[in-house]
Design a protein around this ligand. Structure first.
Ligand code: FPP
Length: 244
């Protein structure tokens, strides 16, 4: 689709939901659903960056997802360990920096933590865009972590309380990213589920019924068409559209 007349968000965040239900409908296993979701993400993220979006955040695995069956968790961890490198090579070729948000500690396996660090190092010079993969991530934990970092700096006399502002607070989050402009959650669930709660304050939300493995470029185009129609006021008044 031609995006020249559409509004292009700077930061898009996607909750990759519905892999399991997609697989069930196809008569496949949940693992096959995750694999297809991942294949879709590779194609879709390339498309998204080619359309001029600068930052893409994806919710790959929440802290709460560790409550799933041992088999499913271990399948996903193995998938991350074996595929992150290929995925980041693909992103690297496109000039995209890959960063990760979330707690880098158990129960996240060491082999996944090692790859995360390797991938960040290998792509850190890239400037065309940023792919932020949220793994062992929770929005509350991100804010609590930031608070701890700030308290430590204050106690060490490296930061004064008056210098903590809305403008610089995001420096203390897992990654310093611009606010999210458009949140997409696939599969028809209408919830945020502890995802980027600080960054989502003024995001437009879009909840398509499509399961993630089927959420392709044409589906993404629909999201951008919808986003273009939204009147973003950030609490103010858009005088062009004001009718009284
Ligand atoms: C939600 O579907 C999906 C997940 C918990 C995992 C998401 C992971 C991927 C798409 C693959 C890898 C991603 C990266 C970045 C490498 P669900 O299992 O909750 O589906 P359901 O709600 O239909 O059961």
């Amino acid at each position: 689709m031609d995006y020249s007349k559409l509004k292009i968000p700077t930061h898009v965040a996607i909750i990759l939901d519905g892999n399991g239900r997609w697989a069930q409908e196809q008569g496949l296993t949940r693992s096959q659903g995750h694999k297809s979701g991942f294949e879709n993400l590779k194609t879709l993220s390339r498309y998204i960056f080619n359309k001029g979006i600068k930052v893409l955040s994806v919710y790959a695995f929440s802290t709460e997802n560790f409550k799933r069956s041992k088999e499913e968790v271990s399948f996903l961890m193995n998938l991350f360990a074996s595929e992150f490198k290929n995925y980041s090579d693909l992103m690297n070729e496109q000039g995209i920096k890959v960063v990760f948000s979330g707690e880098r500690k158990a129960p996240l396996p060491d082999k996944v933590i090692d790859i995360i660090e390797e991938v960040e190092e290998a792509t850190k010079q890239n400037t065309r865009g940023i792919l932020n993969i949220c793994i062992n991530y929770g929005g509350h934990s991100e804010i609590v972590n930031a608070t701890k970092k700030i308290c430590k700096l204050v106690l060490e006399n490296k930061l004064s309380i008056d210098d903590i502002t809305e403008e610089n607070f995001s420096q203390y989050l897992f990654n310093d990213l611009p606010p999210v402009d458009l949140l997409i959650r696939t599969s028809g669930e209408i919830r945020i589920s502890n995802f980027m709660i600080y960054q989502l304050s003024y995001a437009e939300m879009y909840f398509p019924k499509t399961y993630f493995p089927a959420f392709d470029a044409a589906e993404f185009d629909k999201a951008i068409v919808e986003y273009t129609k939204r009147d973003r006021r950030f609490g103010g008044i858009n005088y062009e559209n004001k009718n009284n």
